[in-house]
Ligand binder design. Sequence first.
Ligand code: PSU
Ligand code: MN
Length: 306
Amino acid sequence: MKNLEKYLVVAPEVQQAVAQGKPVVALESTIISHGMPYPKNVETALNVEKIIRENGAVPATIAIIGGKLTVGITPEQIDYLGKKGLAVTKVSRRDIPVVCAQGMDGATTVATTMILAEMAGVKIFATGGIGGVHRGAETTMDISADLEELSNTSVLVVCAGAKSILDLGLTLEYLETKGVPVIGYQTAELPAFYTRESGFKVDYRMDTPGEIAGAFRTKLELGLKGSMLVTNPIPEQYSMDRAYIDKAIADAIRHAGELGIKGKETTPYLLDEIQKITSGTSLEANIQLVYNNARLGAAIATELFK
Ligand code: PSU
Ligand code: MN
């Protein structure tokens, strides 16, 4: 019954690189449509692709275009998704069949980007932040589908740790239960996206891209399905004051509660609200940490295919 060719479109450059065992780095599109405002989102997405190339790998930005699961969208398609913003459907695992069958456009979350990357044979994926266990999840049950995907899909994810819109402690517990190792790149502490510190420990500190690639290669060779989550701290010069950003996040979460925001709208609302409260300074930090993750993702991909 499996009939991927009907739905999957892989850019020739990406297809060729995968076939020849060259490094490829997957990139998500929800960060473009729902994670940042236009035109910074488009500018950032194009720069990220450039950084991946400068570091010796092929970028593959992933989205659903007219119902086609597309691995390696064009700059024009990046611009289109960025302009359309929140009007694009945010596609997590559950949304894929409907969006695909109905020929719609969709922006892929971390979960969906992992699924499509794996379909295309891409092993490494760089982004900003992942979804996780939300604060208050003990009553709301709001746990991102990204965590299930990290457990099931064999694509390594590079992020800047988790935003404290999430409950970092519960997110780590969930990842442990689901068998996902959390690696700190040159740090033993879990970074908290805007800041380099969180007070939580990662499972393993690794100091070189080669060490990370080695552990992931072993995971693949053993046939142990699932991801490794590489957490890369924001560069010092772009990191934010912890008390300041924590207050902005707490305010954003309160506003979301007052407005009764739920389900898939929660994360995009919080991201936007934090950017408004901090009058754009958090956006600049966000952009820089994504660039930093793109560099590390390309370096790990290069080591993996050495
Ligand atoms: N966190 C960020 N920026 C983002 C997202 C999360 O700092 O852009 C996006 C990613 O696409 C992630 C998704 O996969 O939000 C998670 O949404 P949810 O919590 O609804 O699963
Ligand atoms: Mn959710």
